[in-house]
Design a protein. Structure first.
Length: 205
């Protein structure tokens, strides 16, 4: 039976049930990274240097899965830390290529790993937090592209257009995830309002 809950309780429920979404998004990133690295590595050293981010993300995900199974789910701070780590690892791979033949900067195909991470974050976290996180991801990717090969990116209109298109679509993914979050919250409040004797309260920000 639906009951009246505070905004803090709703946020806690979002975190608890949304952790599974974020964990599966991270598994997608891990799988994509493993395929790219194994498919492009030309030497053993390339494979060694390229696989360590995958191992790191796997360790984080196993830890978070273990906490959930042990009925000790991650709190918002831990989820935020893991999400920041996701972006940091993806950005390092894009910036350096890790010598695994992936290419770096604007030429790295690993930018696609940002999309599931941002979308899962937007599904779970409050919109204001998602906006900050999405902007940080956009800045991280743009910065990695410029640092890796700023001369090419900034002097070529084609490269700039490619970068702009990726940043726009990445921002759109964050926006769509937030829009879905708001829809689900409004549906929940509508159901609460239909329950006799249950007071309605404003939707989350």
């Amino acid at each position: 039976m639906l009951r009246n809950r505070t905004t803090a309780q709703e946020a806690a429920e979002d975190i608890f049930f949304g952790q599974l979404v974020m964990n599966w998004a991270r598994w997608f990133v891990i799988g994509a990274a493993a395929i790219l690295i194994l498919g492009t590595a030309e030497r053993t050293t390339d494979l060694v240097f390229g696989i360590w981010p995958v191992v790191g993300l796997m360790a984080v995900n196993f830890y978070l899965h273990g906490r959930r199974i042990g009925e000790r789910p991650a709190n918002p701070r831990l989820i935020m830390l893991a999400s920041v780590l996701d972006v940091a690892v993806i950005t390092v791979v894009i910036l350096t290529g890790l010598g695994a033949g992936l290419g770096d900067g604007i030429h790295s195909p690993f930018f696609v790993a940002y999309y599931p991470v941002v979308l899962a974050f937007a599904f779970v976290m409050q919109p204001r937090t998602t906006v900050v996180y999405t902007v940080a991801v956009l800045a991280a990717y743009a910065g990695a592209c410029v640092l890796a090969d700023g001369t090419t990116v900034l002097s070529s209109s084609a490269e700039l257009e490619k970068l702009a298109a990726r940043l726009i679509t990445l921002a759109a993914v964050g926006g769509l995830g937030t829009y879905f979050w708001r829809i689900q919250r409004r549906r929940r409040h509508a159901l609460l309002a239909e329950e006799p004797g249950v007071a309605n309260h404003p939707a989350g920000s």
